[in-house]
Write a protein that binds this ligand. Sequence first.
Ligand code: PBG
Length: 334
Amino acid sequence: MRPIQAAYPHARFRRTRRTDALRRLTQEYTLTTGDLIWPLFVRDGENIEEPIHSMPGVVRRSVDRIVAAAEEAASLGIPAVCLFPYTDPSLKTELCEEAWNPCNLANRAIRAIKAAVPELAVMTDVALDPYNANGHDGLVRDGIILNDETVEALVRMALAQAEAGADILGPSDMMDGRIGAMRTALEAAGHKDVAILSYSAKYASAFYGPFRDAVGASGALKGDKKTYQMDPGNSDEALRLIERDLREGADMVMVKPGMPYLDICRRVKDAFGVPTYAYQVSGEYAMIRGAADRGWIKGEAAMMESLLCFKRAGCDGILTYFAPEAARLLNGMR
Ligand code: PBG
């Protein structure tokens, strides 16, 4: 219901903007540390933090350093981290067997985090691209991305992650039917409390470029992902995908990328009222960080504004590489 608003000069919108106290009292949406999910890149080795060229300030960490980052996340009040492995090229195959190896990098990192910081939620990525010789999220035969065979592989991968102790599985592959297949397998294996945050509305986007460098998939990728990821021109389709994934057993849903797709976030939240997340992806991070590093925009202000706008668009949380920096600001630290 819209309240009746007096006309000027009785109504002066600037009255409630006059001081910081009045602005805080009338602010509709707020960002808190509880809204943040921190994506982390895992690599082999020990005591390594390796810079990623296209994502200044973001590093690939060896498992021991991942544990340190997880401890930092918990101490900052960040509720969850999301793991992405940088897999050695020698372990990448056409059948992606490394994806469900119980001792692969991601699963070792899950176990190490849950042993050290059990209260922190660990989210995973369920897709074959880090393990795939051709860089795709699915199995490929004769240049075709195979849907049903990929779903079987993803189920194996999801079970291995649940076994390792993951709290939230994040299928980012965009195959059809994977949520239902995973949910059925999780129930049968006794993992009834493992949550699924489905990357339901994931677009074929140019904003993933730096991420593909970070996980070492850009060199391997043959062609593009347009036969499984969404067309940026589509909006109704996002609602149909979300509805389908909820029906199949997703607990939470994601829109990805974030900033160019806030209209989708709002539609999803309004239509379903379910826990809704956005991924402020690597290219979005790189844009803000790159411009800030050159002095073209104020980095901290742009970062905080971009994150608050996700809340305004209806998101319950945001996956963002800015998570620790934003949390430090929210906690009054610098
Ligand atoms: C792939 C995956 C991608 C991202 C998360 N999972 C890239 C892609 O679909 O090519 C992108 C995240 C980012 O850009 O920050 N399963």
